[in-house]
Design a protein around this ligand. Structure first.
Ligand SMILES: *[C@@H]1O[C@H](CO)[C@@H](O)[C@H](O)[C@H]1NC(C)=O
Ligand SMILES: *[C@@H]1O[C@H](CO)[C@@H](O)[C@H](O)[C@H]1NC(C)=O
Ligand SMILES: *[C@@H]1O[C@H](CO)[C@@H](O)[C@H](O)[C@H]1NC(C)=O
Ligand SMILES: *[C@@H]1O[C@H](CO)[C@@H](O)[C@H](O)[C@H]1NC(C)=O
Length: 635
C-alpha cells in the first residue's frame, strides 16, 4: 500500500526552512504515523514570532550564499527581470492577459506599484470575509447544467476583446524600492482591498513580493525592523487571502501537464485529494477527450521519411485542434456540467492557433497550475520514454510488415534525427506549451529568446500555481497545501517510474540514447526554456514566502483541513473533497459524490460529503483569516 507522507505542521515546516535539508522529509515521514492518529488536528500558528526577513536567505540564496555579494546581485537581476515580465502586455506581445486588463490592477500598474512619487490613497480597507462573496459571473456559469447548454456555449463566441493598454511611463525594474516599507505596504494593502473577487491575481502578487525582496537586498540583507516586519507580513497575508478567495471562487482546476514533468503524479494526487474528473485511469492522464489535448510528440511524415516505416503512436505533430475545439469558457462550461473539479491538458494552451499573442491562460474560469522541471532532464526523460515504447511498437509493426527496424533507426540516433522526428520534444518544449498551437508546431530553431521569451515569461506568471519540480518537497508540498488545500502532494505518489516500466517491458533504453555529444547539441538549443525555468524557480520561492507567512499567521487553506491523514484509511479522499476546489464558490460542497477507491470500480459509494461549514466554507476561513490579519497588522 502507498503510505503517504503528510503535510507537516507549521512549526515543523519552519524548522525545515531553517534547515532546508533532505532530512526534512524524513522528519515528516516519521511524524506522519503520530499525526495520523490525530487526524482531526488542524494547522496551528507556530509559537513565537515568524520573522520573515530571516527566511529570505534560505529561500532565495541558499545558506552558503547568505553573505555573498555576487549571489545577491544575481538575485536582484532575477527579481528585476520578473518585474519587467509585464512589458509583454504593454508591448502587445500578449493581448489577453486577463489579470492585467482588470481596471483595478491596471491602475495599480499605471501608478507604478506606488513606487514613484506621490501615493494617492483611497480609503483603507482590508480584505474581509464578506469579500469572499460569490462572483456573479462565476455563479451564473455554475448554473449551466444540460448538454444543450454546453453546445450553445460551444458555438457562441465568448472571447473577451480588450483595447490595447496604455504603456507604463517607465519599466518597473527601474523604480526605487519603497522609501518606507510600512507606508507602502499599507497603501498597497488598501488598493488590494478593492480588487474584485474571481481571480487570484498571481502576477500582481509576485510583482509585489519581488519589490519586498529587492528592498531587503537594498538593505544588504539586514533584518527588517519590527514595524517593517509587521507591515510586510500583513501584506503577504492579504496576498494569500486574495489567492485563496480566487481559488475558492473558481473552484475547478486546469493543470498544464508538460510531458515528463510529473503530470501523471499530479493527476494521481488530484484523485487522492478527492477531486473529480472524466476518468482516473491507471495511466493518470486526466484529460477530457473533447478538449483535443492529445499529445503530439512525433512527426509521422518525418518518421516515415527517415525510417521507411509507417508512423507509430503519438504521431500528431503538425496536426492542430479542430476549429470547434473549446477554448477556456467552453472548457469550463463542460467541466461544470459534469461537476468535474479537475483536468489536465498535456498539449498546449488554447487561443494561440493563429498567433501567440492571442494565447490564453484560462485564469478567469480555472485555477491554473503547472509543474516546471529542469528542461534538460525533461528531454532526457522524454527520449528514454519514446525509445522504451517505440521499440515495442515498431517490432509489432515489423511483424505486420509495415514497420522499420528500431535498432537501425531510433537506437543511438543523432540530434538531427531526433529534431526531425520529434521537433517540439527536442526544442523548447515548455515555451511551445505556453504559447499555443502556432508556436507549438513551429519548425525546430524558430523558437528564440528574441521572439518568444518575453511572451512566454508573462504567460508563466499568470499561472496561479507554479511548482518547480526539483525544489525540496517541504516547499513543493506547501505550494499545494496552501495553493489549493491539498494535503497530498504529487511527491507522495510515484507513477510511471521508468525502472518499473523497463522491468515490465524487459527493455532498458539507456544504451540506445543519443551519444553525449549529440545530447549536448540538443541541450544547447533550450535557451528559452532555461530562462523560463529560472523564472519558475523564482516564482515558486516568492509564492512559498507568501504562503509560509500566511501559515505562520494562523491562516488555514480551509477550515477543518486534516493535517495528518492516513491514506490507508478508506475515506481519506472524502475528507479532503478536493480541498479548495469544490466547484464555483464551493457550490458543490454538499453534493459531490466521490467514487470509492476500488480496483474494479463497480459500486458507487453512497457517501455524500458535506464540508464542514457547507457553502460558506470560504467564509469561515475568511473570518478566521481576517482575525489573523488583524493580529499581524496589530489593529
Ligand atoms: C440558477 O438556476 C436556478 C433554477 O433555474 C435559478 O433559480 C437561479 O436563479 C439561477 N441562478 C443564477 C445565478 O442564475
Ligand atoms: C544523423 O543521422 C542520419 C541518419 O539518421 C544521417 O543521415 C546523418 O548524416 C547524421 N547527421 C550527422 C550530423 O551525423
Ligand atoms: C521504481 O521501481 C522499481 C521497481 O519496481 C523500484 O525498485 C524503485 O525503488 C522505484 N523507484 C522509485 C524512485 O520509486
Ligand atoms: C466511509 O464513508 C461512507 C459514506 O459516508 C460511510 O458509510 C462509511 O462508514 C465510511 N467508512 C469509514 C471507515 O469511515
Amino acid at each position: 500500500m502507498i503510505r503517504l507522507l503528510l503535510a507537516m505542521s507549521v512549526a515543523k515546516l519552519v524548522l525545515c526552512i531553517l534547515v532546508l535539508a533532505a532530512s526534512c522529509s524524513v522528519v515528516s515521514a516519521a511524524s506522519s504515523r503520530v499525526a495520523s492518529s490525530k487526524a482531526t488536528r488542524r494547522a496551528r500558528p507556530i509559537e513565537g514570532p515568524f520573522i520573515i526577513s530571516t527566511h529570505f536567505p534560505d529561500i532565495f540564496l541558499g545558506d552558503e550564499h547568505v553573505n555573498n555579494p555576487a549571489q545577491q546581485a544575481a538575485l536582484r537581476i532575477r527579481l528585476n527581470k520578473l518585474l519587467d515580465t509585464v512589458e509583454a502586455h504593454y508591448s502587445g506581445a500578449l493581448r489577453r492577459v486577463h489579470e492585467l486588463h482588470d481596471p483595478k490592477v491596471a491602475m495599480i500598474l499605471q501608478d507604478l506599484l506606488l513606487l514613484a512619487g506621490e501615493h494617492p490613497t483611497i480609503g483603507s480597507r482590508h480584505l474581509t470575509a464578506a469579500d469572499a462573496a460569490v462572483d456573479r459571473q462565476v455563479d451564473e456559469a455554475a448554473n449551466i447544467t444540460s448538454a444543450a447548454d454546453i453546445n450553445v456555449d460551444r458555438r457562441r463566441s465568448q472571447e473577451v476583446t480588450y483595447t490595447a493598454p496604455q504603456r507604463l511611463r517607465t519599466k518597473l525594474s527601474s523604480l526605487h524600492s519603497p522609501r518606507s516599507l510600512e507606508d507602502w505596504s499599507q497603501q498597497i494593502g488598501a488598493r488590494l482591498g478593492q480588487l474584485p473577487a474571481g481571480m487570484s491575481f498571481p502576477v500582481l502578487r509576485r510583482l509585489l513580493t519581488a519589490v519586498v525582496v529587492r528592498s531587503w537586498l537594498d538593505g544588504t540583507g539586514k533584518r527588517f525592523t519590527d514595524a517593517e516586519e509587521e507591515a510586510v507580513s500583513g501584506l503577504f497575508v492579504q496576498l494569500y487571502m486574495l489567492h485563496r478567495r480566487g481559488v475558492f471562487n473558481r473552484g475547478i482546476m486546469d493543470h498544464q501537464h508538460v510531458s515528463k514533468s510529473g503530470g501523471t503524479s499530479w493527476c494521481h494526487a488530484a484523485q487522492l485529494n478527492g477531486c473529480t474528473t472524466m476518468r482516473f485511469d491507471k495511466f493518470y492522464v486526466c484529460g477530457v477527450s473533447s478538449f483535443e489535448d492529445k499529445v503530439r510528440w512525433v512527426d509521422g511524415a518525418a518518421h516515415t521519411k527517415l525510417t521507411g516505416g509507417e508512423p507509430s503512436r503519438w504521431a500528431l505533430h503538425g496536426v492542430f485542434r479542430s476549429e470547434t475545439a473549446p477554448g477556456c469558457a467552453s472548457r469550463a462550461a463542460q467541466m461544470r456540467a459534469h461537476r468535474w473539479t479537475y483536468y489536465s491538458n498535456e498539449y498546449t494552451l488554447t487561443g494561440g492557433q493563429q498567433s501567440m499573442s492571442d494565447v490564453e491562460v484560462c485564469s478567469k474560469q480555472f485555477v491554473t497550475s503547472i509543474l516546471f522541471r529542469n528542461p534538460l532532464q525533461r528531454i532526457v526523460s522524454h527520449l528514454r520514454f519514446l525509445l522504451l515504447h517505440y521499440k515495442r511498437f515498431m517490432e509489432a509493426q515489423m511483424k505486420g510488415g509495415t514497420g522499420a527496424d528500431f535498432f537501425k533507426t531510433y537506437a543511438n540516433a543523432n540530434a538531427t534525427f531526433w529534431s526531425n522526428v520529434a521537433p517540439a520534444v527536442t526544442d523548447n518544449y515548455f515555451a511551445r506549451t505556453l504559447l499555443g498551437e502556432a508556436t507549438w508546431h513551429a519548425p525546430v530553431g524558430d523558437v528564440s529568446v528574441e521572439k518568444h521569451l518575453s511572451a512566454a515569461r508573462l504567460v508563466l506568471m499568470q499561472f496561479d500555481i507554479v511548482v518547480p519540480l526539483e525544489a525540496p518537497p517541504a516547499m513543493t508540498s506547501w505550494l499545494l497545501t496552501f495553493g489549493v488545500g491539498w494535503p497530498v502532494s504529487y511527491t507522495d505518489v510515484h507513477d510511471k517510474n521508468i525502472s518499473a516500466l523497463q522491468e515490465m517491458f524487459d527493455f532498458d533504453p539507456s544504451p540506445y540514447m543519443p551519444a553525449e555529444s549529440e545530447l549536448s547539441k540538443l541541450y544547447s538549443r533550450q535557451t528559452v526554456d532555461m530562462e523560463l525555468y529560472e523564472l519558475a524557480v523564482l516564482i515558486g520561492q516568492l509564492d512559498y514566502l507568501v504562503f509560509s507567512t500566511a501559515a505562520a499567521a494562523g491562516v488555514v487553506p480551509w477550515e477543518g483541513m486534516p493535517v495528518g491523514l492516513d491514506f490507508d484509511e478508506e475515506n481519506a479522499s472524502y475528507k479532503i473533497a478536493c480541498g479548495l476546489l469544490r466547484g464555483p464558490s464551493g457550490a458543490w460542497s454538499g453534493q459531490l459524490v466521490h467514487r470509492k477507491r476500488r480496483v474494479n470500480g463497480g459500486a458507487q459509494e453512497g457517501g455524500v460529503r458535506r464540508r464542514n461549514g457547507g457553502g460558506s466554507g470560504g467564509g469561515d476561513g475568511g473570518g478566521r483569516a481576517a482575525a489573523a490579519m488583524a493580529r499581524t497588522r496589530g489593529d
